[in-house]
Ligand binder design. Structure first.
Ligand code: DC
Length: 229
């Protein structure tokens, strides 16, 4: 039977993890799981229910309602990747706003939230043949992944990329707001107690500030083909 490996991609926000992950999933016919979307969907639920806002986090209330949150990924043939559903509703657009980006790292500090999502991530990746991206995939979720990548780029490069994405979607944001969000998420994601973003000892680091997608894709495919051969 054809060997199917687990590919873990971690790194700061807007380092192009999902772009590379989608390309790899397509190339190798693997399943792609965007774990950031899962944290964002829980955050959207918390926001809609008034459990989180700019200046508060009703942690106990959110924990009490965790069983009411049903997340599901459904593959969209046309788009070529799976979109996230929160309690039956496609929330792919709603979770990507700057408003949710500004709240998600706060929600992601809650251990009970992390435990719930890691259980689902384990189920999705149980059979291998998966590309999963996030912050703790190579360290916590799949510490035995055959390939671990750690993506980095300067905060300014990342903010510029995210700013362009948001403007293209018609959001009214300034570059400074986006840079501030990138910096504050880096800070929270790296310093939280439970499963902070750190490079796994055996992860391969890619600083893609000055690297094209094609260059990254080619180097990563070489790594994968080596493992598979
Ligand atoms: O990948 P992203 O920027 O969409 O992720 C949104 C947030 O979710 C990120 O700032 C931190 C959190 N996250 C996490 O804590 N662990 C993961 N595995 C994925 C995301």
């Amino acid at each position: 039977m054809e060997k199917k490996i687990t590919i873990a991609i971690d790194g700061f926000s807007s380092t192009g993890k999902s772009t590379i992950a989608k390309l790899l999933a397509k190339e190798y016919n693997y399943v792609y799981v965007d774990t950031g979307a899962m944290y964002r969907a829980v955050t959207l639920y918390a926001f809609q229910n008034n459990f989180v806002g700019t200046s508060f986090l009703a942690k106990d209330k959110l924990i009490e309602h965790l069983d009411d949150i049903d997340l599901d990924f459904q593959y969209d043939e046309k788009k070529g990747f799976a979109e996230i559903y929160l309690n039956g509703e496609n929330v792919e657009q709603q979770i990507r706003t700057l408003e949710i980006s500004n709240l998600v790292s706060k929600v992601a500090t809650i251990s009970e939230v992390r435990r719930k999502l890691v259980i689902e991530q384990h189920k999705m990746g149980a059979k291998g043949g998966i590309v999963m991206d996030g912050r703790d995939i190579g360290t916590v979720v799949f510490p035995n992944a055959e390939l671990k990548l750690y993506m980095t780029a300067s905060a300014e490069t990342r903010a510029q990329r995210r700013y362009k994405e948001l403007i293209d979607k018609g959001e009214k944001v300034t570059y400074d707001e986006v840079l501030q969000n990138v910096n504050s998420r880096d800070e929270m994601d790296s310093n939280r107690k439970d499963s902070p973003l750190v490079k796994a000892d055996d992860a391969i680091e890619f600083d893609n500030s000055d690297m094209s997608i094609e260059e990254q894709f080619k180097s990563i495919c070489d790594l994968i083909n080596n493992i598979l051969s």
